[in-house]
Design a protein around this ligand. Structure first.
Ligand SMILES: CC(=O)N[C@@H](CCC[C@H](N)C(=O)O)C(=O)O
Length: 371
């Protein structure tokens, strides 16, 4: 079997963020056009692509395989010879792996179609602002609506050759969080004539951390992370504005409502305490990833009998994935693919083990053939 490691390296060099994946789409299309065309139909959607491999059976079902295609705004620090050629951007969430595996499976099935149709979905903007929900509404998707769907995500904590999955809830509900503070700037030596948004922002961040600790049942789970804070210009000017960007996670959709209520209440308190304006935006909610029980159990039974893979039953995670929107509408599942990296997802030194790529292609092809 041919190797898709070079494809992964090519894609790794050209990370692009959501809906800017122009070079990525071009690379994918050029590759897809090298495959036997008799059995495939291709449709582009924004920077994404749908590819249908037509089934040979009399009554084909449509099974879908989804990969995300976007990168992250992170400056790569791996020093790999095929490092990102886009300064400030990196495939730090493994979507280069996801795409090369999808291309590998597509290659196999375009050469030897199955009795069922197989729809490959190359989805933009998983990291934000979200491509799955919009793709689901598209005409192309409505025409080729699958009966089942599957997808994977790389997992640095498992070794190459391992997969991990569970029935039911796998990933959390998420919502992005943006808070804008406006006070009054001025000279560092005259704080009493200003409303300092660095001090207000610092209090706000500390108080936000109390929500999970004190407003959520410890037997439930939630996360509030502020990943970006922007305020101020130089050391002797008091900051007039501050902006916080973060993400909130919960396993239970009701807990997400509690998080939003508490964030709003704390922001009202900060506005009062620091005599400033506070505006909140809850953006881009992602629906939880909930794996179909029967399809996941069947998949695990198949994986347990496969020589290339060790299958582990994992716990749920607070990761978000807009694949959850596909699963809300179409029965299916997502699984973790082990890639053994010392550094985790969203880290500038993430270096997934490429030994995972080719066996995963063989394994997924065999799984689809077994259906
Ligand atoms: C697998 C993964 O890392 N997904 C991202 C999804 C981002 C969701 C959204 N844009 C947010 O930040 O809330 C994750 O951060 O879990």
């Amino acid at each position: 079997m041919e190797s898709f490691i070079q494809v992964r390296r090519d894609l790794h060099k050209i990370p692009e963020v959501g809906y800017q994946e122009f070079k990525t789409q071009k690379y994918l299309l050029e590759y897809i056009h090298t495959l036997p065309q008799e059995s495939i139909s291709i449709k582009t959607w924004e920077t994404g692509i749908f590819v249908l491999v037509k089934g040979t059976g009399d009554h084909p079902r449509t099974l879908a395989y989804r990969t995300d295609i976007d990168g992250l705004p992170i400056t790569e620090q791996t020093n790999l010879p095929f490092s990102s050629e886009h300064p400030g951007y990196m495939h730090a969430c493994g979507h280069d792996f996801h795409m090369s595996i999808a291309l590998g499976v597509l290659t196999n099935l375009s050469r030897e179609p199955l009795s069922d149709h197989i729809l490959f979905i190359f989805q933009p903007a998983e990291e934000g602002p979200g491509g799955a929900a919009r793709m689901l509404q598209s005409e192309e998707m409505r025409e080729w609506m699958p009966d089942e769907i599957m997808g994977l995500h790389i997992a640095p904590e498992y070794k190459a050759g391992e997969i991990a999955v569970k029935e039911g809830l796998l990933f959390a509900n998420t919502s992005e969080l943006k808070i804008m503070l406006k006070g009054k700037g001025g000279h560092a030596a005259y704080p009493h004539k200003t409303k300092d948004m660095i001090v207000a922002g610092a209090h706000l961040i500390t108080q936000l951390q109390s929500i999970v600790a004190r407003s959520i049942d410890p037997l439930n789970s939630a996360v509030i992370t502020v990943g970006k804070l922007e305020a101020g210009t130089v050391g002797n000017i008091i900051a007039e504005t501050a902006e916080l960007n973060g993400t909130m996670r919960s396993l239970d959709p009701e807990v997400m409502e509690t998080l939003k209520t508490r964030v709003s209440a704390i922001c009202d308190g900060i506005a009062l305490a620091f005599d400033c304006e506070v505006k909140i935006e809850f953006n881009q909610p992602y629906y939880m990833v909930y794996n179909d029980h029967q399809l996941t159990a069947d998949f695990m039974a198949f994986a347990e009998g496969h020589s290339a893979i060790t299958c582990i039953e994992c716990d749920k995670a607070m990761t978000g994935e807009d694949f959850g929107y596909f699963l809300k509408k179409i029965p299916g599942f997502m699984f973790w693919l082990g890639v053994g990296s010392e550094y985790g997802l969203h880290h500038a030194k993430l270096n997934p083990d490429e030994k995972a790529i080719d066996p995963a292609i063989g394994f997924i092809t065999d799984y689809l053939r077994s259906k």
